[in-house]
Every structure is written in C-alpha cells, then in structure tokens.
Design a protein around this ligand. Sequence first.
Ligand SMILES: [Zn+2]
Length: 171
Amino acid sequence: MLLAIQEATNSTNQEFPFFLYGKEIGNNQIEFTEFMSASNNRQTIEANFNQTMINNLQNRINGNLNNGLVVCHGHSHPPIGNFHQNFSLGDFTSFMQMNEENPVFKNRQVELTSCLVTSTGDINFIFYDNTNQNFYRFTNVMVKGKDNNYRPVNCYGLNQKEQLNTNSIRR
Ligand SMILES: [Zn+2]
C-alpha cells in the first residue's frame, strides 16, 4: 500500500497524506494493521489532512485512550528539491505541533509516530519523545506479506540486513 503511495507520488509530483493505525506489540515494536487516506484533488503539493481524514482520526481515538493505540501520520515526498529523501524541517515542526496541541498525544494516551515515504520507496518512521524532546528513528521496518511472512523494507537508505537494532516496526 505504501509503495502504491510512492508510485502515485512520483507520477503526480504531489505529496500524499495518510494515517496508519496499529498497536504496540512489544518493547519498541509497533504493528500497523490499518491504512487510511482520503486524498482529494488538492491545489497544493503540500500534504495536508482533509476533514475526512481528521474525522477518521477522531473516531479512532475516541474510546481508544490508554489501550495501546498507535497512530502514525504519514506523507510522501515526490522527487522535487533537495529534501525528498528525508523529513523536511517543516515536517518535524508539524509533527511536534500535532503532538503538543493534542492532549491525547501529549499525555501519551495514544502514541503518535510519523512516517515518510520517499521517492525511492524508503519508508522512514520517527517517534517524538516529548519528555526529553528527542526524535527517534525506527531502523527496522518489516512488511507482512499475504503469506504472513515478514520481509524487510528499506528505510533511511540503510540495508536492513546489516542492522543490529532492537527497534522494529511492522506493517
Ligand atoms: Zn514532507
């Protein structure tokens, strides 16, 4: 699904916004099981969440406080400019804002992560820890195939087979 986003991004040169919903299934391990995007014909190339997406997020959060729900707000970068392989400064800022302005995320009743699909198909996840105001990268990302097997996905331009990291995200 996220690679379909990459294709659409590269063919339209637009950023696509999306949400992933999942659960923390172990220490620093998140499994995302749901994908949501409602992208309409937008005038800008910036990824903005429309009202349909915001309503969807609100519905998911309602009644899901403190039970391990993890929300990922993601977007893609088309191959334009110098920063399409990584989060832009604006991306970090809007991620922090989303965390600071929503008490549900700020008080960690629902965990918030962020994801970037790059023009080369890397899938980069970050987590912002508002206690010590630090960003963390997830460097082990797996996709669950139709055969229920997990296979690694490139992220941050890293070859995952060489990784020895404990952090892991599955989708
Ligand atoms: Zn961006």
